[in-house]
Design a protein around this ligand. Structure first.
Ligand code: R5P
Length: 281
């Protein structure tokens, strides 16, 4: 078995390979004069674990080419961050179900798919090969424990993330709650507490994705105004689109952490062990 990774998933792919005791296949990309992507891999084994997050249209092409380049072996596909999953239905007539289009494309030439904290589990049914997800609540809980906070409250920004926050909180025996989120526009949200209790200690906001940062920035401002001692944010997938980091910093968020499903300076804990366990099952 060998592990092949796209350019943006090299650190995580290498960690997975180390845990599996597998070698890493080198792969190189360049551009043809007309701008098309060219890719080449090194020598393969019987099975290749292809690791590539779907972060952009470009990373989709790279991933498709890498899967195809590995066809001389059996391909197990790991998509740590499955982009396009949030368009999981036709919200208005004429729209694609983007999650379905992507899942179908990524099912070709692979025997199974593993992803991490997919936005909605129903998206997995669009793959035409067996597909499963691993979830990182335990890893987030263990990371929060390293922060040395005294009895932090683990807070979900909306009801949809409440069970996720509860699972994180259970890891450390901490209290948990959720906020009520009203989306005003793509970048603006209003956050309100469901209960009237003031939170005067440390609060750790947890969510699956941070994209523009609008959700957690609004939550952090509201918490600071209500007397929270310190506000921290931990997510699985740190997209940090546009000025998200600046926005979150100016909202007073102290610790801003994500996993390495999207590798960045905020990747403070890893999804590697959970993915390796799923691949070994
Ligand atoms: C929404 O359902 C997700 O769980 C996240 O809360 C959302 O994607 C975060 O987006 P943003 O950082 O742009 O507010």
């Amino acid at each position: 078995m060998k592990v092949a990774c796209t350019g943006r998933s090299r650190a995580l792919g290498t960690r997975i390979a180390e845990i599996l005791g597998a070698g890493v296949v080198g792969s190189w990309t360049t551009r043809f004069p007309d701008g098309e992507l060219y890719l080449q891999t090194g020598s393969l084994d019987d099975t290749t674990v292809v690791v590539g997050s779907l972060l952009s249209d470009e990373s989709l092409v790279e991933l498709l080419l890498l899967i195809d380049a590995c066809q001389r072996s059996e391909v197990l596909l790991v998509v740590p961050y499955l982009g396009y999953a949030r368009q999981d239905r036709e919200f208005i007539p004429g729209e694609p179900v983007s999650a379905r289009a992507i899942a179908r494309a990524l099912s070709t030439g692979v025997s199974r798919v593993v992803t991490v904290n997919v936005h909605k589990e129903s998206v997995l049914s669009h793959f035409t090969v067996p597909a499963s997800q691993v979830t990182l609540e335990a890893e987030i809980g263990d990371f929060i424990a390293t922060l040395g906070l005294e009895d932090p409250l683990i807070l979900a920004p909306d009801e949809g993330a409440a069970s996720f926050a509860a699972a994180v909180a259970a890891r450390g025996g901490w209290a948990t709650d959720h906020l009520e989120k009203t989306r005003i526009s793509g970048e603006e949200v209003r956050m309100e507490p469901v209960r009237g209790d003031p939170w005067t200690g440390d609060v750790v906001l947890v969510d699956d994705i941070i994209s523009t940062g609008g959700t957690l920035a609004a939550a952090a401002r509201m918490l600071a105004a209500r007397g929270a001692k310190g506000v921290h944010a931990v997510c699985v997938h740190g997209l940090f689109a546009g000025k998200a980091r600046t926005l979150l910093g100016s909202a007073g968020i102290r610790e801003l952490a994500s996993s390495d499903t999207i590798e960045s300076e905020n990747s403070r804990y890893t999804a590697a062990a959970a993915i390796a366990r799923a691949l070994s099952r």
